[in-house]
Design a protein around this ligand. Structure first.
Ligand code: NAP
Ligand code: G4F
Length: 341
């Protein structure tokens, strides 16, 4: 019988790529969707027609128990979160509830539905659980590159909420013998990336300028450095982690780092433009506390999972610029139609 996966965050970037990957692997894929009329559900229905949907919300324990009871998954991928770092300062409590406590609610739903208690630990045939941890937990980094043993020093309410979910996942593994793992993923991008994140903001900005739809692009801190990879590669690592013999946490990234300034230069160059003529610095876009430098050491994933990134930074940026040029040239208005390319 086909393995069955339940994905929270199915309407997000990673949810879409993971669903495609799992469908390719012959899984029955279910996606958790929230809200009475969530406009982002329509893009799941358009692109991922073989995915079945179940209603639920990471803020609502009962709905998660019902979803797990209904789907009877072999694997749960918890990708749902408030994932935009600046929003976590504006709505810190909501971020803690969704991104942090949401992990507890999902783990509890699995524990309760599996009949696991302190004295009756998880056995074979158990539900395997993947938690979307983040390199934001490293924050003000203690060493470079960062690996699975690097201490955390989160710099945003988002990073703090992710650290809670990370340690809780580890704790359920240790307390109940659950197959529960965290992927500590560094920034990963794609043509389906949300328009608020810097890569997509830049590639959309370049496309608008190239097509005469805008004359400038306002940005915050150009000196921050990130380890940027391709989302299509990273979701494969999630599946590999749940197929490993033992439940362990892994760092997933490329091992290279670029500044926002280098990202901007590469994106404008891909469209034959000189960035310095268009980019305007905006102090209001700087963060109360910044993560200055992220760079992964993905050796453990390479050795133990056989995972490697396949798309280099310049290729990724060019892919996103080309996709946004195509989208805007076709007259697609992102405010009205958020279909995935
Ligand atoms: P994304 O595009 O922002 O998607 C976030 C998803 O979370 C959306 O599907 C959203 O659904 C869902 N969600 C929000 N609030 C929810 C709630 N109360 N209950 C259930 N679902 C809820 O994020 P992404 O880039 O795909 O990232 C996936 C996960 O990986 C996130 O947990 C993120 O924090 C983490 N992560 C991402 C990166 C990266 O570089 N992309 C790196 C490390 C970790 P709605 O449509 O209902 O809003
Ligand atoms: O693209 P960003 O908003 O991503 P950030 O904050 O690194 O977070 C992303 O990656 C994390 C993994 O490390 C995920 F956990 C998280 O969910 C999310 O997917 O910003 C990247 C950098 C920052 O240093 C920011 O200060 O770009 C800088 N930046 C400069 N100008 C900007 C802008 N970021 C945004 N979003 N918008 C700007 O105008």
């Amino acid at each position: 019988m086909a393995r069955r996966a339940l994905i929270t965050g199915i309407t997000g970037q990673d949810g879409s790529y993971l669903a495609e990957d799992l469908l390719d692997q012959g899984y029955d894929v279910w996606g958790l969707v929230r809200g009475q009329a969530n406009p982002r559900v329509s893009r799941v229905r358009k692109l991922l027609q073989d995915v079945q949907l179940v209603r639920g919300d990471l803020l609502d324990q009962g709905s998660l128990i019902s979803a797990v009871e209904r789907v009877q998954p072999d694997e749960v991928y918890n990708l749902g979160a408030i994932s935009f770092v600046p929003m976590s300062w504006e709505q810190a409590e909501l971020t803690a509830e969704v991104t942090g406590m949401g992990v507890l609610r999902m783990l509890e739903a699995i524990r309760v539905c599996s009949g696991i208690t302190a004295s009756r630990s998880s056995g074979s045939g158990q539900i395997r659980f993947y938690q979307a941890s983040s390199s934001e937990m490293f924050g003000q980094v203690r060493e470079t590159p960062q690996n699975e043993r690097t201490p955390f020093h989160p710099r945003s309410p988002y990073g703090v909420a992710k650290a809670y979910g990370h340690f809780l996942t580890q704790n359920y593994r240790e307390s109940y013998g659950m197959f529960a793992v965290s992927g500590i993923l560094f920034n990963h991008e794609s043509p389906r990336r949300g328009a608020e994140f810097v890569t997509r903001k830049v590639t959309l900005g370049v496309a608008r300028i190239k097509l005469g739809l805008a004359s400038e692009l306002r940005l915050g801190n150009l000196e921050a450095r990130r380890d940027w990879g391709y989302a299509g590669d990273y979701v494969k690592a999630m599946r590999l982690m749940l197929h490993a013999e033992t439940p362990e946490d892994y760092v997933i990234g490329t091992g290279h780092t670029q500044s926002v300034r280098e990202l901007v230069a590469a994106a404008f160059e891909a469209a034959g433009l000189d960035w310095e003529q268009y980019v305007v610095g905006d102090q209001a876009l700087h963060r109360p506390a910044e993560v200055d430098l992220l760079c992964a050491d993905p050796k453990k994933a390479r050795v133990q999972l056989g995972w490697e990134p396949t798309v280099a930074f310049e290729e990724l940026v060019a892919m996103m610029v080309e996709s946004d040029l195509r989208l805007l040239s076709a007259g697609i208005d992102l405010e009205q139609d958020s279909s995935w390319p």
